[in-house]
Ligand binder design. Structure first.
Ligand SMILES: Nc1nc2c(ncn2[C@@H]2O[C@H](COP(=O)(O)OP(=O)(O)OP(=O)(O)O)[C@@H](O)[C@H]2O)c(=O)[nH]1
Ligand SMILES: [Mg+2]
Length: 323
């Protein structure tokens, strides 16, 4: 048995950290690790928390972690790229949060850089979640700053998505709102200790809709005063209860897996093309033919793809990996 995998299964923090680093760096050990851990996954509830920069996601996550800890749940927090350009203090805030929980073995906190590549976040995050799941955490909270693609990706990894908003958001956020409205199951208007929260609640309320049998909910809260946090926990539990048996959940998981495998295949093929084809003599030959105007680029591409597929199929017959 892989030593790190064994440590993860025992819930050892050092092993968990090593495993996630291995996944993040996609080193040689990461595949073997995931292979051993995967049979032990599928138990954790994954909560996605997203929203525009600085709305108080980390502060809320901290409050949620405390509530769930007091109920006896083991909680892991995965912060994806916690350095948002707007609230430069995020790192400091996250440090404070870590210190607050650092003596509690039932809480594990980890940051991951999204590195800006589109498939990267979901690939590493998904597998990091699997490590935490196998390590026995009941609740895994994934925090991402919701700008651009990030908020769409979180749907693919989370069982429930919370979108955090606040009073006085600017125009840029209005534009992003359409995307956020699509993915949220629960909308939190945080910083309700500041003026204007009721207006945001009112605006959201008119566009909430029902998806997969769940009526999108809105909750007014303040991570600062603690107001509304109990209501938020109640809503989360309501969602979990209503989805425990729902057929739509199985469908969502299947869709997510389908997406994951498709993207993995595309990424792997891309890697093979980059690493193998570039230096292949046959490939260089075709390039020379295009340069000599003996063949046009489109036909050359078709030819190369055909060669690639033929090779893949020849290999496949040998290994009998697929039927
Ligand atoms: N007044 C008030 N301030 C809050 C509340 N929640 C968070 N803040 C403050 O808002 C700032 C941003 O909080 P964070 O929790 O770091 O927000 P975030 O959404 O995680 O930020 P990024 O990860 O950088 O996008 C901090 O200065 C917090 O202290 C709240 O309920 N009320
Ligand atoms: Mg944050």
């Amino acid at each position: 048995l892989n030593e790190i995998a064994a440590g993860v299964l025992k819930g050892q923090r050092v092993a968990i950290s090593k495993a996630i680093s291995s996944i993040e760096n996609r080193d040689e050990n990461s595949r073997a690790l995931l292979k051993e851990l995967f049979p032990h996954t599928g138990k954790a509830f994954v909560l996605g928390v997203t929203g525009p920069p600085g709305t108080g996601k980390s502060s809320l996550v901290n409050e949620l972690a405390k509530r769930y800890r007091s109920r006896g749940a083991k909680v892991a927090i995965l912060a994806i790229d916690p350095t948002s350009p707007v609230s430069g203090g995020a790192i400091l805030g996250d440090r404070v949060r870590m210190i607050e929980h650092s003596l509690d073995s039932g809480v594990y906190i980890r940051s991951m850089a999204s590195r800006g590549d589109e498939g990267g976040l979901s690939h590493s995050a998904r597998n990091a979640i699997r490590v935490l799941d196998a390590a026995g955490f009941d609740l895994v909270i994934v925090e991402t700053v919701g700008i651009g693609q990030a908020e769409v990706q979180i749907v693919g990894v989370a069982d429930l998505v919370i979108v955090v908003l606040m009073p006085e958001l600017g125009d840029e956020v209005q534009a992003a709102k359409a995307g956020l409205m699509e993915i949220g199951n629960i909308f939190v208007v945080n910083k309700s200790d500041l003026p204007g929260a009721d207006k945001v609640i009112y605006n959201i309320f008119s566009i909430l809709s029902t998806r997969d049998g769940w009526k999108q909910a809105s909750v007014k809260a303040s991570a600062k005063t603690g107001a509304g946090i109990s209501e938020l926990v109640d809503k989360i539990e309501e969602f979990r209860a209503s989805h425990r048996e729902a057929a739509s959940v199985g469908e969502r998981k299947l869709t997510n897996l389908r997406e994951e495998l498709l993207r993995n295949v595309a990424l792997n093929i891309d890697e093979i093309v980059e690493s193998k084809m570039k230096n292949d003599a046959g490939f260089k030959n075709v390039v020379a033919k295009v340069a000599a105007r003996e063949i046009d680029p489109e036909s050359a591409t078709d030819l190369l793809v055909q060669c690639f597929v033929d090779r893949f199929q020849a290999k496949r017959k040998k290994t009998k990996g697929l039927k």
